[in-house]
Design a protein around this ligand. Sequence first.
Ligand code: BG6
Length: 488
Amino acid sequence: MIFGATGDLAKRKLFPSLYRLYERKRLNKFAVIGVARRQLTNEEFQASVRESVLSSLGNKENLDDFISHFFYQSHDAGDSNSYAALKKLADEIDGHYTLEGNRIFYLAMAPEFFGPIALHLKSDGLTDVKGYKRLVIEKPFGHDLASAKELNKQIRTAFSEDEIYRIDHYLGKEMVRNIEVIRFANAIFEPLWNNRYISNIQITSSETLGVEERGRYYETSGALRDMLQNHMMQMVALLAMEPPIKLTTNEIRSEKVRVFRSLRMVEGEQIKDYFVRGQYDEGAINGKQVPKYRDEPMVDKESNTETYVAGKIMIDNFRWAGVPFYIRTGKRMSTKSTKIVVQFKDIPMNLYYETEKMLNPNLLVIHIQPEEGITLHLNAKKAGGHLDAQEVKLSFANTGVFTMNTPEGYEKLLYDCMRGDATNFTHWDEVAYSWAFVDKISEVWQKTKAAFPNYTSGSMGPKAADELLEKDGFFWWPVTDLDVDICQ
Ligand code: BG6
């Protein structure tokens, strides 16, 4: 059951992902009930599913058969009669498609409905099933630790922790999933993966889009809650965690939680030494003039909301003591890119020089999107010269090798949920620790007015973000330069 079936997420991501699973024969016995407020007939709903598949995947075979598995139920989220009607329909469909009482409830709607719907699902008997029942829940999971706890309490009355699948769509991305394999399946990285050999790690997730039509939501969230609390922190955890003793959901999650427990908590006056906020001014993106954040629809003209965050995250444990994890994310930046740069320490002295120039440090770049791959930056002899060293790059591009587009994140996450694999969903403990960390920052930022806007649209963020690294003797590796060899 998809709650919010007439919404944007369902149309852009969920229906096409379901089709791809169907096409790959990963959906055998299935039926989908679209649930939303609007009055629609099954035929109208099926037409919208068809339209969504056609517009994202083009003309497809067996589309008629696929959409015949879709049903629609108009719904009032606060009314038990609606749930009774839904239960009746679900029970009928279950029999018809021999679904063995297995049920997935996907909440793709405004977060204020998450708790009440979960409570109704239980009190109105929809979770009373012979098979499994699972709840898939979109972000944001609360607004801060207190509201996340309250929400968790509500959904836990109807579902146990192992029945709850909290989506972080970054965990569906191919190269985010690859972090673990790159780290734990290579003899050459794991021995170096610590504070003796790594000087710093940089994670950049930049977007060129502005806040679009989401001003109302974004004003209460900002980049800190929208991107850092979830996606960025998840990448930090995957990069920093200890090797799990087994690749099971619980083992991996408990290693990630240990990272969150080792985060250096910064608060009050310290925040300004670790975190920088920004808000976009007008500017040009790909030659097109764009307005400043404060002129976007449904945004306060004096808004104090950040559209950019950069930060230094310290993990105070044996492996990482002293190694900064720098993160930055923002809207209306110069390029759409997510990359991780692992910078290794300099060698003790440089024997190979032509000029006074230092050798480039070794870098391991993990390209998350839009290109997918890895690049290893080494130094090697300049061809024909004496013994001068120059930088060479070894590149692996996912798309180049497998000549296929990797599946959409949502497709993988939906499939994982059907198989009952919650590894790539966030456990409550991860959510709670990362809120506790982020709350300290937002408490300070809410109280103090920033000098916004402070970066031009189409730039890589405010100057203070560069200074954050400069004072530690580092600089942000320019993401576009790192691209060059991977996209050919
Ligand atoms: C979402 C945020 O979680 O992630 C959006 O709410 C953001 O504001 C998006 O644009 C970025 O996702 P991606 O996959 O495009 O990097």
